[in-house]
Write a protein that binds this ligand. Sequence first.
Ligand SMILES: [Zn+2]
Length: 305
Amino acid sequence: MSLQLIDNPPRWPNGARCAVCFCFDLDAESLLHLYYPQDAGRRVQTSSTLRYGPRIAVPRIVRIWRHFNIRQTMYVPGWCIETYPAAMEALLADGHEIGHHGYLHERPNQLTRDDEARVMERGVAIIEKLTGKRPAGYRCPSGAFSPHTLDLLIEHGFTYDASLHGDDVPYIIESDAGHLIELPSDFPLDDWPQYVHMKDFNMAMVIQSPQRAMEVFQAEFDAAWTHGGLWAAIWHPFVSGRLARADAMVRLIEHMRAKGDVWFATMAEIAAHIQGLIDSGEWTPRRERLPYWTAPVPQVARPKA
Ligand SMILES: [Zn+2]
């Protein structure tokens, strides 16, 4: 028996050791149009890189998930849903979850509360039109969770958020407006630090081999499996859906399957399971109150110019 490193892990269904969701953020060219509204049309190569996501990678990822008979989650900006209907149809046909990811990948913490609400409502309406129901979950674009995001998610009836990094297992985030289930992840499960080298986005990482990247992702999985955690990726179709990386993803799922007792689920299913544990009184999650800070903290000394 190994030393238990998570204080209060939830029970996962059917005796599973951990929960796994290969969450993808299907950003396509939303970032390009957000950051370069005047001349996105001149940045043809970057566009082609990003379009690879919905055009080539999504069908490939759907094929992989179908092969393993798992249903997973993609967070999609509303504009991408409108622009790439075939990718959306492929995801929906196999029962994958579509989560909210802004309209054009706006950074909420750069917007007013009213503008953040307008963006959120536009995304909700587009997902509702696509799927026939409101989205259960939200992942904040660029991790730019604002002081208003939690309250807006509660107001708009979301059941979970997947933007924050505050634990290894689900927890509750709360404010005066109410509370919400948080399904956390962290940068070790993000594919940008491993692979993304794009000058237009001021991101110039040394590109890792898929094997090297999978060492990082697999280490997180093995620890989640040992200690009862949640493994929720922050991957992107145009990044991890490239050929060699998609191939490595297949190997990773095979590793997970070989280890056994893994619950592959959508984030909405994971949130529903957690809510069930709470409602039955079987499990009490940790709670965190937002906002963390509303004023500068006292500083004894400040650097002089
Ligand atoms: Zn994104």
